[in-house]
Design a protein around this ligand. Structure first.
Ligand code: GAF
Length: 389
């Protein structure tokens, strides 16, 4: 989280503000342990909130205008809650304007506000700085309006904002973990019922290492929407033999094996990824509950190969980080995390081996791509909250 003393003085300077101290809110980014591209198939995911995220300073206004200053972009933008813009401008403010309108539509009583937002999630690393922006600003606006923050409803508002104002047909994982995560735990989410379980992380001797390719995921939005459409087409074709299925979540590994011939290339591989990834995610949650880190690591490795060859959302940079990590002593397993086409990997690493693993991965990656990867170690952060004092 950014230093709130610095942010308060930036708030006063930017808005020429002399009222009572602005309130401070924080929402985290995330790293997904396993369950990739399963959320929009009504499946299971197992993400962890990070300790880094987006900090929002907020003071109410007497009108219905939202004035927002992005410290990282050095840009101030204004919009009016009563006259929504068209959205999809491609600017960072689409997320904020989108969530403000979605939240306003639900509670009907938002006040205008001055907002200052500042992040410390590495940008473009696929760690959901956008979901943190949506959840942090939505949380702030609801709190200023005196409304009770229903965290699941807030996550759904963030997802709706992304569909409408940004144009990505994302699932619910990123917003839900940013809003609802518990410290030191992964969040097992059933993305159909939205039932959640905090599964304690091994902690102590095992760390979660995030390695950033520093490659921007340029194709992410168009390819993401294509994958989602392929899954929907897969469901439609499988319904010929399995009329009761509503989503790929309803297809068991046995049913898939029996009816795979109904699916042409590449749909057969797309569906195989989702069906097997759902099973892996539930197995990983079970293994985590019994503290079996080796079993979780083996599932990471299988998940990555499935994303690489069947779902085809990896890239040479992600594959290299995974292969380098998997070759090191003390690494239980590594995989790409998030939407893919760049972004980051996640590895389970013995605490005692962390420095050696980072050094070996850094050297190997730099000698192939000429850039150093970024690293971040997390113990599992907490969901969105107001920071008092
Ligand atoms: C992105 C999306 F926003 C998530 O909803 C999820 O689908 C993820 O890609 C892939 O698992 O982060």
């Amino acid at each position: 989280m950014r230093n709130t003393i610095d942010l308060r003085s930036a708030f006063h300077a930017r808005f020429g503000y002399n009222g009572p101290a602005p309130r401070v809110f924080f929402a985290p980014g995330r790293v997904n342990l396993i369950g990739e591209h399963t959320d929009y198939n009504d499946g299971f995911v197992l993400p962890v909130a990070l300790e880094v995220g987006v900090t929002v300073l907020a003071a109410p206004r007497d009108d219905r205008c939202i004035r927002v200053h992005g410290l990282d972009f050095d840009q101030t933008v204004e919009f009016d809650l009563d006259h929504p813009g068209p959205g999809q401008t491609g600017r960072w403010t689409d997320y904020i304007e989108g969530v403000a309108h979605m939240v306003d539509a639900r509670v009907q009583a938002l006040r205008g506000a001055d907002l200052l937002v500042a992040g410390d999630v590495p940008r473009g690393a696929g760690l959901s700085s956008s979901a943190a922006l949506e959840i942090g600003t939505g949380f702030a606006l609801l709190s200023l309006a005196g409304a009770t923050v229903d965290r699941v409803a807030l996550a759904l508002a963030g997802q709706a904002a992304e569909h409408t104002f940004v144009g990505t047909r994302c699932g619910i994982m990123d917003q839900l973990v940013s809003a609802c995560a518990r410290a030191d735990a992964a969040l097992l989410v059933d993305c159909r019922s939205l039932a959640m379980e905090a599964v304690p992380l091994p902690g102590g001797p095992v760390a979660i290492l995030v390695s950033d390719t520093r490659k921007k995921h340029a194709l992410a939005t168009s390819e993401y929407n294509t994958r989602r459409a392929e899954c929907e087409r897969g469901v439609a074709l499988l319904r010929g033999a399995l009329p009761r299925i509503r989503a790929l979540r309803d297809v068991t590994e046995g049913a898939f094996a029996e009816h795979a011939s109904l699916l042409p290339e590449p749909l057969v591989r797309r569906v195989r990824h989702v069906v097997t990834e759902n099973a892996r995610t539930q197995s990983a949650a079970e293994a985590l509950r019994r503290g079996d880190v080796a079993a979780v690591g083996a599932l990471f490795v299988a998940s990555h190969r499935s994303l690489q060859h069947d779902y085809e959302v990896s890239c040479p940079e992600l594959d290299t980080l995974v292969d380098l990590a998997d070759a090191q002593a003390g690494v239980h397993g590594a995989r790409m995390t998030g939407g893919g086409f760049g972004g980051s990997t996640v590895s389970l690493v013995d605490e005692s081996a962390l420095d050696a693993v980072m050094a070996a991965v850094r050297d190997g990656y730099r000698s192939r791509f000429g850039v150093e990867p970024g690293f971040l170690v997390t113990r599992g952060g907490e969901g969105a909250r107001e920071i008092r004092g």
